[in-house]
Ligand binder design. Structure first.
Ligand code: GLU
Length: 486
């Protein structure tokens, strides 16, 4: 049987780390097994779903280069033989209604007329009596007279699934192995809301079955939904797909990753200056690893090496320090051209509009490539090449106010103005010669020159920096520093 897997986001916000990891593992599983990766939109929450969220989720998936073969496509068109792939569209076609009616007819589901206040009171009572606050089946056996009465009152019913009272629901999870639930702990969940819209647990089963999913790979926050869903498969006489529940992702404090831990949405990581390749690689390591505990995967390598047997049961820790380290590794692997292209959108945020066909611009952007950890920090490190220099207060006090600075800057200015080939090699030779012949230590000369031209005590290698700035700018800036000293 051909593998068919799906990512089924509920469009109620941006794509989060957990969702992105689920999407990635489904994508990788499909790639590895030569299967089909389907995208289904689960927009049955009428109030919270939005097209804006769909777009944002698609943008993030595209950014991560997670292409799907079938389903709702980025332009919201549909591709594939099992459409529509958006649950709201499927609902209007009456797809869920048909199966809900079948289950009602067969006595496997029932109308429930309990009002919100009644359900609330039941929950509170259960709490007081220290029972699990589950629906106890008040409407399981309504007489036709009672139903008539409720209808007259204008009550709108929901449809509940009739869960077996005893026995167990068991399944072999591809990650968690043998999973067992006592049926008495399950509850008669709502399949269809009073609005006529299906709920997640019901729509999901119908769609996974009709779309011929072979495997369900999702976060383990859904593991308690699986027995509910398996009972629906059973009631409909359908063979369920295989399940794999991915381990929980924890923040640094050991609790489930959430907003409290900082950025959780993929767009935020994009804004912060992570490369999509880093993100994809890092997400793959959240609950998965290969036998050689490899950290960095080359392009296309994950698609080859991913194996679901490498998924761990234990929760995965999201480590922002490791993520940043990895981004640095990825940035170092970029060519100058690639780095320029990746950094360009962030440079614009610093008011730097550079030209990729200008080799100096490429060199400047790459001047501290070894050190970059985030693309968003490049602009702040190189802006002094293009903008007027701003002197850092502490740099002035520490370096420019040192003894002899004025004499040193005046002297070196004369030296530089006489260099005809203004490149790092000649500048370095002349600077060292000047220091030696005037009895200064190298540092006594290098430091004030650096501060004069960049305004900072730290930065790129000095002589390359002077070369890229060019003779004229260097001399002007030394003049500016001298004026500051007077
Ligand atoms: N719409 C569900 C979610 O976003 C999908 C869960 C599933 O994969 O079954 O959590």
């Amino acid at each position: 049987m051909k593998t068919r897997v799906r990512f089924a986001p509920s469009p109620t916000g941006h794509l989060h780390v957990g969702g992105a990891r689920t999407a990635l593992f489904n994508y990788l599983f499909a790639k590895k097994t030569g299967g089909t990766f389907v995208l289904r939109i689960e927009d049955t929450d009428e109030l919270r779903s939005s097209e804006e969220s769909i777009k944002s989720i698609f943008d993030s998936m595209r950014w991560l280069d997670l292409k799907w073969d079938e389903g709702t496509m980025p332009d919201l068109s549909e591709k594939g033989d099992f459409g529509p792939y958006m649950q709201s569209k499927r609902e209007s076609l009456g797809i869920y209604k048909k199966y809900a009616e079948q289950l009602l007819r067969e006595g496997k589901a029932y109308y429930c007329y309990c009002a919100a206040e009644e359900l609330d009171a039941m929950r509170k009572k259960a709490q007081l009596e220290k029972r699990p606050p589950k629906y106890e089946g008040k409407c399981r056996h309504l007489s036709s007279g009672q139903i008539e009465e409720f209808r007259k009152q204008g009550r709108k019913p929901v449809i509940r699934f009739r869960m077996p009272d005893d026995g167990q629901t068991v399944f072999e999870d591809m990650i968690h192995e043998h999973v067992k639930f006592e049926n008495k702990l399950l509850y008669d969940f709502i399949m269809v809301k009073a609005s006529g819209y299906p709920t997640y647990n019901f729509a999901c089963v119908i769609d996974d079955y009709l779309m011929e999913m072979s495997h369900i790979i999702r976060g383990d926050d859904h593991i308690s939904n699986t027995p509910l869903q398996l009972n629906v498969y059973k009631a409909l006489g359908w063979e369920p797909p295989r399940h794999a529940h991915l381990s929980m992702i924890l923040g640094q404090d050991g609790t489930r990753l959430s907003k409290r831990h900082g950025a959780t949405s993929i767009t935020e990581y994009q804004k912060q200056g992570f490369l999509p390749e880093t993100m994809k690689n890092y997400l793959a390591l959240l609950g998965w690893g290969n036998s050689d505990s490899q950290d960095i995967f080359k392009k296309g390598e994950l698609e080859e090496k991913f194996d679901i047997s490498g998924c761990q049961k234990n929760s995965a820790a999201f480590d922002p320090v490791k993520l940043k380290w990895m981004n640095g590794e990825y940035i170092r692997q970029l060519s100058k051209e690639e780095l320029f292209a990746a950094a360009e959108p962030y440079l614009k945020g610093f008011g730097l509009v550079l030209d990729k066909s200008n080799p100096f611009h490429l060199d400047i952007v790459a001047i501290e490539q070894e050190k970059y950890k985030l693309l968003s920090e490049v602009g702040g490190l190189v802006d002094f090449f293009f903008k007027d220099v701003k002197y850092d207060e502490s740099a002035i006090n520490k370096t420019l106010k040192a003894p002899n600075t004025e004499a040193i800057l005046n002297g070196i200015k004369r030296v530089y103005s006489e260099i005809s080939e203004f490149n790092d090699v000649t500048i370095e030779a002349k600077t060292r010669e000047f220091a030696a012949s005037n009895g200064f230590k190298n540092g006594q000369v290098f430091h004030p020159v650096r501060v004069s031209v960049s305004g900072r005590t730290q930065g790129p290698t000095l002589f390359k920096m002077l070369e890229y700035l060019g003779k004229e700018k260097v001399i002007n800036r030394i003049d500016k520093a001298l004026r500051l000293l007077q």
